[in-house]
Design a protein around this ligand. Structure first.
Ligand code: NAP
Length: 539
């Protein structure tokens, strides 16, 4: 039976499994309440580790100290003690994972337990011990360790890590529960979007009776990092800093504190938050989460958009159904493939044969729209009368289809020109447009020329989709938006020809998505500003 993560239409908390064998020692009495975001820190020396914590204090008060990343973990205990004495509001989690369990510590189990005990005595509020270590330890060794933690008032977190896959997490949870720790942490590796469901279910099923942390590592596991706290996780991990500093992430797929907090508002997501996604492959450079999350925030819509790296349509449909998702922005390579799965779509989407926007109805069915059309038509309508306008479309791929069908519908006379001429002829025939051979361009005059080829993007040759003497037009519209000022846009501007950039199209198609999903007018100027800033930052 499908279970609804965080949207529980039915109560979905599983009864607590009775631990077997009996607990080695009881957890601390009251639950230790911690912040939702924990910055994981590692460094080459104890001084550097503490420096990193000092410099992150304005962002967070909860840190994981990866002592195993140091050449001599024990050397960090004194600096750590001083740091924690000076910052009483900091919650510290100490980890000293051994090499055979995926960490960096070369010492034996006894040495690991010794470092963790000293970290507890130095003021760390939580120590992380792997379930394998807990199982390997002799009963007396473990009892001694737990006694020392108890005396120091330190909570025990027992963790599990699978660096290859997500499988059998319930069994893992039972192994951890056998020790009745204060925190349970289960970390797997996502190979698909659906792997997130196993992690989120584990959190949801156990978080009323235990303090659970669940994460699926890797790009596909982003969902678990972002939705874990909403599903009931005690906290999730963040990397420090931005840019080069973000390379200091201690696990694959880890996001920075600022990204989690400012872009995804992880701490504010609650059961009423509607979840949207932008799905495709690749997806990590998509600007849609930035644009939509800003728009949601500005318009006070309790919603979040997450990037969904989907390796297959089945995987995507599964996540849409099970989470459930309220809507999805669909990008390459799923725009056509998704059509047979729609309960209904607008007539233009059906004719174009491509859908870039999904909305889930109250009946759970999927409804499809194509807002790329509005992304082309609206910027042009602001500048010219479309009925009767002569418009050349360069390219005959997916983006060209939206332009050609949309503009023909508006009454424009559309000419399709493509590298592979037969494809231009086929598209023109289907859309009731005309096709032209490239050689005919120089002899023709247009009201607008639209580039729908990737020419102009970094690395694509030729950089210009047409020659200088073929630019016989009053307006140039380049769909490429990265870079914003493409060679074609620059050439047009140098000739005094009006331009529409791909950025405007991107914002317009996104603005229509926002309206379809929320029923509110989109904050277009703000959407454009945030995307433009980011494109300039990326250079
Ligand atoms: P697509 O389906 O792969 O189509 C690409 C088209 O460009 C094809 O007609 C192809 O010709 C032609 N082409 C490819 N490389 C070429 C080259 N080196 N020289 C000449 N022609 C070339 O791609 P798409 O989805 O339509 O996307 C095309 C561009 O539009 C991308 O740069 C994309 O980023 C941009 N886009 C922007 C927005 C926006 O919101 N601003 C929205 C959608 C798309 P053949 O038929 O000969 O292969």
């Amino acid at each position: 039976m499908p279970q609804l993560i965080g949207m529980s239409r039915t109560a979905s908390i599983a009864p607590l499994a009775a631990p077997d064998p009996p607990p080695v020692s009881a957890p601390l009495g009251l639950r230790l309440r911690v912040d939702k975001l924990c910055i994981s820190l590692q460094a080459g020396s104890p001084a550097e580790l503490v420096e990193r914590a000092e410099s992150a204090l304005h962002d967070a008060k909860f840190f994981e100290f990866r002592l195993d990343a140091l050449p001599k973990p024990a050397a960090a205990i004194d600096p750590l003690r001083k740091f924690l004495a000076a910052h009483k509001d900091v919650t510290a989690l100490a980890t000293c994972r051994r090499k055979q369990l995926g960490g960096n510590f070369a010492g034996a189990l006894a040495a690991e337990l010794d470092v963790l005990t000293k970290a507890a005595e130095a003021g760390c509020a939580i120590v992380d011990l792997e379930v394998e270590s807990a199982e390997q330890a002799k009963a007396s060794q473990l009892a001694h360790f737990r006694g020392a933690l108890h005396a120091a008032g330190t909570a025990l977190l027992i963790s599990f890590h699978d660096f290859t896959r997500t499988k059998g997490l319930d069994h893992v949870a039972q192994r951890i529960e056998a020790f009745s720790p204060d925190f349970m942490k289960v970390v797997s590796t996502a190979r698909s979007l659906s792997d997130n469901l196993e992690v989120l279910r584990l959190i949801e099923n156990r978080s009323l009776s235990a303090q659970v942390v669940g994460i699926a590592m890797g790009e596909e596991g982003l969902l678990s990092r972002l939705l874990g706290p909403r599903a009931g996780a005690a906290f999730t991990f963040a990397a420090m800093g931005e840019g080069a500093e973000a390379a200091l992430a201690t696990a694959p797929g880890q996001l920075t504190m600022r990204t989690l907090r400012d872009l995804y508002r992880v701490e504010q997501l609650d059961q009423a938050t509607r979840i949207f996604g932008v799905a495709g492959n690749p997806i990590n450079h998509s600007l849609s989460p930035l644009m939509h999350n800003m728009a949601f925030r500005r318009e006070s819509v309790n919603a979040v958009m997450l990037p969904l790296k989907a390796r297959s349509l089945d995987d995507l449909l599964n996540i849409i159904r099970e989470l459930p998702l309220a809507g999805v922005a669909v990008t390459m390579p799923f725009k056509q493939e998704v059509l047979p799965h729609l309960a209904n779509m607008d007539p233009l989407t059906a004719r174009i044969g491509a859908c870039n926007t999904l909305r889930t109805g109250a009946d759970g069915k999927l409804y499809g729209f194509n807002t790329d059309v509005a992304g082309v038509v609206r910027p042009l309508q602001r500048r010219m009368r479309l009925p009767g306008a002569r418009i050349a479309v360069l390219g005959a791929g997916g983006a060209a289809r939206a332009a050609v069908f949309g503009l023909v519908e508006q009454g424009a006379e559309v000419f399709v020109i493509n590298r592979t001429h037969e494809t231009a002829v086929a598209l023109a025939r289907k859309a009731k447009a005309k096709s032209l051979k490239h050689e005919q361009l120089a002899r023709s005059r247009f009201d607008a020329i639209i580039n729908t080829t990737p020419c102009g993007m970094a690395g694509v040759k030729p950089a210009l989709p047409i020659k200088e003497d073929e630019l016989n037009t009053s307006l140039v519209f380049d769909m490429v938006y990265n870079p914003m000022e493409t060679p074609l846009i620059k050439l047009a501007q140098s000739r005094g020809i009006a331009v529409i950039t791909g950025l405007e199209m991107f914002v317009q198609q996104g603005a229509r998505q926002f309206e379809i999903w929320t029923g509110k007018p989109a904050p277009e100027a703000e959407m454009q500003r945030v995307v433009e800033l980011e494109l300039r930052r990326r250079g």
